[in-house]
Write a protein that binds this ligand. Sequence first.
Ligand SMILES: C[S@@+](CC[C@H](N)C(=O)[O-])C[C@H]1O[C@@H](n2cnc3c(N)ncnc32)[C@H](O)[C@@H]1O
Length: 264
Amino acid sequence: MPARGGWSRGSPRPLRGDASSRRFKDPSVRRSLALFRAFLHEQDDPEACYSLLARDAVDQVEAYDGSVAGRIVLDVGGGNGYFTEEFRRRGAHAYLFEPDVTELGGKPPDSTVIADGYLLPLSDGVADVTFSSNVLEHVADPQTFLSELARVTRPGGLIYVSFTNWLSPWGGHEWAPWHYFGAERARARYRRRTGKPAKHTLGENLFAVHIGATLRQVRARDDVMVVSARSRYWPFLAETVVKAPGIRELATWNLLLILRRCPP
Ligand SMILES: C[S@@+](CC[C@H](N)C(=O)[O-])C[C@H]1O[C@@H](n2cnc3c(N)ncnc32)[C@H](O)[C@@H]1O
């Protein structure tokens, strides 16, 4: 196995530990159903929902990169810190970077940093793993955001980025699936139905990100290599669905990009 930092573009980096037994397998129907059930109870039982999601996401990271124990992990736009806490439970040195204090909840992880993902207060290449779950669709300039994730990741390090694309059935977030009929109409409907204003406004804190365009932009970059582009939650055909132009915008639900930082 190459020394840390000895990985180069084009050579897949072997996994740590028992590599042969840790290859990524398509997840099961049972796992997808459990996640779906948890999403349905996101509002009334956020603890159960986000703990499960965090365990699942860290499993995905470990499937590509081996154990996170002892690794430096950055959770960028990590909200209330469930993912950071799960990385720490598994022995990682994990840090939460979150720009919005209202997203942190009552008990953010120790050493949380209030920081914008566009401009992280970190030197180049400090992280073994840079993790960003469901943030890309909330930034106006996803490519600049990705540049910053790549900058703080060491060469050969792993970058986990997932986002809900606009044409996903969940693309409109709390006003989905009515976003298919227009964002403003969907927001207005949400307000009428719930009596409260929607959290998200298109063009302010939610942006229409598409899978095809994002893949083309990420593949054209020279600071990262795409290891995998797959549906984050699908139990089968998770990579295949992402290869079908048009269909992928509707069927992927949430795109997971596993990237490797290329040497500068
Ligand atoms: C839908 S939440 C996702 C939270 C958590 N990562 C998760 O998967 O549950 C989106 C998060 O992105 C954060 N965010 C928005 N703009 C950001 C930026 N420029 N840099 C870093 N985080 C940002 C928000 O504050 C919010 O916590």
